[in-house]
Design a protein around this ligand. Sequence first.
Ligand SMILES: NC(=O)c1ccc[n+]([C@@H]2O[C@H](COP(=O)([O-])OP(=O)(O)OC[C@H]3O[C@@H](n4cnc5c(N)ncnc54)[C@H](O)[C@@H]3O)[C@@H](O)[C@H]2O)c1
Length: 272
Amino acid sequence: MSYNLLKGKRGIISGALDENSIAWKVAEKAHEEGATFVLTNAPIAMRMGEINKLAEQTGSQIVPADATSVEDLTTLFTQSQEILGGKVDFVLHSIGMSLNIRKKIPYTELNYEFYQKGMDVSALSFHKMLAVAHKLDAINEWGSVVALTYMAAQRTYPFYTDMADIKATLESIARSFGYHYGTQKKVRINTVSQSPTKTTAGNGIKGFGDFFDYADAIAPLGNASAEDCANYCITLFSDLTRMVTMQNLFHDGGYSTTGVSMEILNKMGIEG
Ligand SMILES: NC(=O)c1ccc[n+]([C@@H]2O[C@H](COP(=O)([O-])OP(=O)(O)OC[C@H]3O[C@@H](n4cnc5c(N)ncnc54)[C@H](O)[C@@H]3O)[C@@H](O)[C@H]2O)c1
């Protein structure tokens, strides 16, 4: 059902790799809610070609950009404004990659080149995106920027390795940039801390399937799906949340505030 929450709004959506991607669902919902937007992803991800289907389905154009390149991001924001016919109202940062996770390197033995690459792709890219938008004055007043994060920024998950540190940085950038962009241009910046979700990035994590089931058994509402996450992002892009900024918002079915659930205790043979 559409509520026309984004009617007349223009945006940029990064990170739609395939139909499992959280960004893919956000693009579908944003389209349903009346927004027009540009899709972007790393040039290398374009080769998969899936994003073309999404572009066709949502009547969007694609501007490739490596999110670690200020030059690419400058092109992205400049061309997006030309394509969309003005400044943008919302931006989704849905980008994450850790070579240490991909290569299953334990946290105590991290490869620092991989660490720096992961930090650049997954956290500094957010600062770069915001800095480029700020410099070009590319986001309208009361515009909304959302980045996706995970609760390993607050609590330790052994298998999440360097991404925990990287997500903590990402969340801090939302607060720090949120202050400056807020005072100067009334632009809001938030992070959404999402449940484990079966996507390419998610499935790359060691033991992800078991962890997904564990989180699902803890959360009173169960794990939040990518589609639910997209709905939440849409509310944050809408005018209904215009005073929300510099927040890390948990979207996890109650997982982050549950100590233990009866379901888990029962699985351990403990009866309540
Ligand atoms: N899947 C989960 O369990 C989960 C949970 C919480 C948060 N998140 C976060 O959600 C976001 C989206 O991930 P997803 O789960 O939809 O997986 P995904 O693999 O579908 O999306 C990750 C995207 O990052 C893009 N990307 C990688 N390097 C890039 C670069 N240099 N420039 C531009 N784009 C680049 C990829 O092409 C891909 O589209 C990530 O920030 C991830 O950490 C995921």
